[in-house]
Design a protein around this ligand. Structure first.
Ligand code: NAD
Ligand code: ZN
Length: 360
């Protein structure tokens, strides 16, 4: 089958192969025919080493499709079920899933019970990004790693929920808990940032400022709910205009650059919340003065997969989509075939697109 493989960490293109084989689902696993998969910046971050990902690996972690086969003992899914792939499946029994009610932080399938390789090529096993590997016509997931959805949800729309939309909207709604009437600034208007803007709008923010280097993104950000949209040079001006210079109630970093994270903290008002959604490099350090943390009483919080419980949140987002409150169609800037994936990566790095969806 077709799949896009990262051959070596550091490569700036993926290898599109047509001879990748799938290892059949084992007990407690399901085989998913991937119909659509979104291109997320985290895929590029796996290529350049920002996100640790051994190679070779089939990348892709934002996908949706149809169950084709189930492994031994699986009774909760059947052939033909429509599903969204979950890149951080909640096992349902660990401390994070139960007592702490933070199932997005479950690491069972990452460290304790990794499901093993599911792809091979020429007899050699190949890994998969975040245990998902959706840049392939088919993948295998543990049952906890798929969420069943209604058949009438378009699967291109569903795929976006699997990462970028859940991450951005969840950061606003679940992690930072944006409040009605608040002021918000969002750095980065890619798939994740636009979703944070939509999440803040749904949560009732009064003002939402989008910041992006690419001026073409500013009009798009306004379309999705930003009340103001500026390039980084104009942040101070808009902060003065919207907040009287005090700073925003909520600031979101949706890019993954330490200096921008620091800027987001500085743009937050005293007592406000800075939410870090972007994934930066491990060696990219940020400094805080030991005095300012006390004096400013700001909440600095990371957001992993939008603080989600995928088992309920995916459905909530789909209801918002169905009732016209969450624009997912508008987020699809381009549709690609898998052999166009390297053009898609270029487009993303130039900041030209909100989301691109690969259709198999
Ligand atoms: P993207 O590439 O689609 O969007 C990034 C946007 O930021 C682009 O519009 C670009 O023009 C803009 N930008 C780049 N540098 C900038 C700067 N210095 N100032 C202002 N704007 C700038 O990326 P995405 O898919 O939306 O992902 C955003 C980030 O979120 C990435 O770091 C990704 O790895 C991360 N992410 C985090 C999670 C999580 O669980 N926290 C999940 C998914 C993605
Ligand atoms: Zn992602």
């Amino acid at each position: 089958m077709l799949a896009a493989i990262l051959r070596n960490v550091g490569d700036d293109t993926l290898e599109v192969a047509d001879d990748v084989e799938l290892i059949a689902p084992g007990p407690g696993q399901v085989q998913v025919k991937i119909t659509h998969t979104g291109l997320c910046h985290s895929d590029v971050s796996a290529m350049n080493g920002t996100i640790p990902q051994p190679a070779p690996a089939v990348l892709g972690h934002e996908g949706a499709g149809i169950i084709e086969a189930v492994g031994e003992g699986v009774t909760t899914f059947a052939e033909g079920d429509h599903v969204i792939v979950v890149w951080s499946p909640p096992c349902g029994v660990c401390k994070f899933c139960t007592g702490r009610n933070q199932p997005n932080l479950c690491t069972t399938f990452l460290f304790d019970r990794p499901m093993g390789n599911k792809f091979s090529q020429g007899g050699n096993e190949i890994g998969s990004m975040a245990g998902a590997g959706t840049f392939a016509e088919r993948t295998v997931m543990p049952v906890e790693g798929v969420v069943k959805i209604e058949d009438d949800i378009p699967l291109d729309i569903a795929s976006l929920i699997g990462c970028g939309v859940m991450t951005g909207a969840g950061a606003a709604i679940n992690t930072a808990k944006v409040t009605p009437g608040s002021s918000v600034i969002v750095y980065g208007a890619g798939g994740v940032g636009i979703s944070a803007i939509q999440g803040a709008r749904i949560a009732g923010a009064a003002e939402i400022v989008a910041v992006d280097l690419n001026p073409d993104k500013l009009d798009q950000a306004r379309h999705f709910g930003a009340t103001h949209a500026v390039t980084p040079d104009d942040v101070d001006e808009v902060k003065a205009e919207v907040t009287g210079g005090e700073g925003f109630d909520f600031a979101f970093e949706c890019i993954g650059i330490g200096s921008v994270m620091r800027g987001a903290f500085d743009a937050t008002r005293r007592g406000g919340t800075t939410c870090i959604v972007g994934v930066g490099r491990m060696e990219d350090m940020i400094q805080f003065s030991a005095f300012e943390l006390f004096f400013s009483e700001k909440t600095l919080v990371g957001s992993y997969y939008g603080g989600t419980d995928v088992r309920s949140d995916f459905h909530k987002l789909l209801r918002l989509y169905k009732t016209g409150k969450l624009d997912l169609e508008g987020m699809i800037s381009k549709r690609l075939k898998i052999d166009e994936i390297n053009d898609g990566i270029k487009e993303m790095l130039e900041g030209n697109v909100v989301r691109q969806v690969i259709e198999f």
